[in-house]
Write a protein of this length. Structure first.
Length: 218
């Protein structure tokens, strides 16, 4: 896949967000994001430190993984995660994760099972690049191909990406084009009926899924 970076100018105008339409909801949603993300990151800081130490001691290399993702209106940003793969795991090019992926470290597998590697993304939420709830952001190389392959795919870029979303609690992680199509349907369903109540329900369901299932669905 091509690794060309995307900019907002490369996406047609119809996918651009309309800030006046849901201005009240957007302001309330942003307030909720900050009320959860700021104390959440402070509380998670000791755990992030411990997990980062485990990453460093068991696999060397950097603790944090920085990756370019496509956000609102096609604007790219740097997403932060605790590193779960061995260094140079994608030396042969980016690809989706698989079950029993040999690129994932033992510590990384534990973190992924409980989604603890995603905790640093609270910083992305604080910065306003992400929300707590929304479509998961994808890498530019994948977005460029998927928007040509899957009808309406780029419409999901009309809202801010999230830590979790309706697609994440309804379907497992992407392993095929069919998975992407299924999850796109859930993303578009979420975008049709935005509300704080729906956001609360998705957040609550996410917590339940992580605690009860811990099977990598999100």
């Amino acid at each position: 896949m091509s690794t060309k970076s995307l900019s907002s100018s490369e996406f047609p105008a119809p996918i651009r967000a309309r800030p006046t339409r849901f201005s009240l909801y957007s302001r309330l949603k942003r307030g909720l994001d900050l009320c959860v993300a700021v104390p959440g990151l402070l509380l998670a800081a000791p755990l992030i430190f411990l997990l980062g130490t485990a990453v460093k001691l068991t696999s060397g290399g950097p603790v944090f993984y920085r990756q370019e993702r496509v956000g609102l209106n096609g604007k790219t940003f740097v997403l932060y995660k605790l590193r779960t793969m061995y260094e140079d795991a994608e030396a042969d090019g980016p690809r989706w994760c698989e079950e029993a992926d040999c690129r994932i470290t033992p510590v990384g597998r534990f973190m992924r099972r409980l989604h603890l590697d995603e905790l640093p993304q609270l910083w992305n939420v604080i910065r306003g690049e992400m929300a707590l709830v929304g479509p998961r952001p994808e890498r530019p190389c994948f977005v460029e191909d998927l928007r040509r392959t899957i009808p309406l795919y780029e419409r999901r870029l009309a809202v801010k990406p999230g830590l979790t979303g309706l697609a994440q609690i309804r379907h497992h992680s992407d392993r095929s084009i069919e998975d992407v199509q299924t999850k796109l349907g859930y993303d578009l369903e979420y975008m049709k009926r935005p509300s704080l109540w729906l956001d609360f329900r998705i957040l609550a369901r996410t917590v339940v899924e992580v605690i009860v299932r811990s099977d990598g669905r999100l």
